[in-house]
Design a binder for this molecule. Structure first.
Ligand SMILES: Nc1nc2c(ncn2[C@@H]2O[C@H](COP(=O)(O)OP(=O)(O)OP(=O)(O)O)[C@@H](O)[C@H]2O)c(=O)[nH]1
Ligand SMILES: C=C(OP(=O)(O)O)C(=O)O
Length: 213
């Protein structure tokens, strides 16, 4: 089943507002995290392609160097609209399934993603670590339902799946749950990177630089 990962990426100058002063250089962190996510996705055997939806030239350059297709996002009107652009592009590419992931989960483990792709339900929701948001959506077909990210999106996506006539499956994926939005998320990521070796090469390097500075 042709499966494409979709990665919406907001312009780095605007990204990670909720992180506040937890990390000095938010654009650099956003760029490192996106590159680490793309490297992890490239190592997932069951993915047939990756589409990055962005207006950020640096993200587009990173994507191009990692063999991902870039879809421009002129409006930057939110993750859901960007996801919809990606779904349309994936359908054009003949995708039968899409995996929507955020660009801020740098510890993403390719083996965990591969295991997630073994699921066959039309809608699989990966909740955030609080259980109220959505860190990933596996949709088959890609337009089985319309993503509606944002606060409370876990319940909303569950409801949308049922409205589309299918009972959503819920999958807990540890490294997809390590998305970085708030200072607490950032602290949780640093603890996870200290505990689990491997992955997040660029994000680790940036964090080490910040500590050394
Ligand atoms: N292309 C695109 N991606 C977006 C947009 N808004 C959010 N994203 C991406 O969607 C994913 C989740 O985004 P959020 O964590 O909600 O937004 P953020 O900018 O990373 O963080 P905040 O500034 O705290 O909201 C990240 O990969 C973002 O880059 C948008 O308008 N356009
Ligand atoms: C986008 C979501 O949350 P966040 O903006 O915190 O990543 C979500 O949970 O749907």
């Amino acid at each position: 089943m042709r499966t494409v990962a979709l990665l919406p990426v907001k312009s780095f100058g605007m990204a990670k507002q909720r992180l506040g002063h937890a990390f000095p250089d938010r654009p650099a962190l956003a760029a490192a995290m996106v590159a680490d996510v793309l490297e992890a996705l490239a190592a997932v055997p069951s993915l047939d392609g990756v589409i990055v939806v962005t207006a950020e030239p640096i993200a587009a350059d990173i994507a191009g160097r990692m063999a991902a297709r870039v879809v421009h996002d002129p409006e930057e009107s939110g993750q859901s609209d960007a996801a919809a652009r990606g779904i349309a592009a994936a359908l054009e590419d003949g995708a039968q399934r899409v995996l929507l992931v955020p660009g801020d989960c740098p510890a993403l483990d390719p083996e965990e993603v591969e295991a997630l792709l073994a699921r066959t339900a039309p809608v699989v929701i990966v909740p955030d670590r609080h259980g109220t948001g959505t860190n990933a959506l596996l949709l088959s077909p890609p337009d089985v339902m319309t993503p509606a990210f944002g606060e409370g999106s876990f319940e909303r996506h569950s409801r949308l799946a049922r409205t589309a006539g299918t009972e959503p499956e819920v999958a807990d994926v540890r490294t997809l749950g390590l998305d970085v939005d708030t200072p607490d998320d950032f602290a949780a990521l640093k603890r996870a990177l200290a505990t689990f070796p491997g992955g997040a090469v660029r994000t680790r390097a940036l964090l080490d630089e910040a500590v050394a500075a």
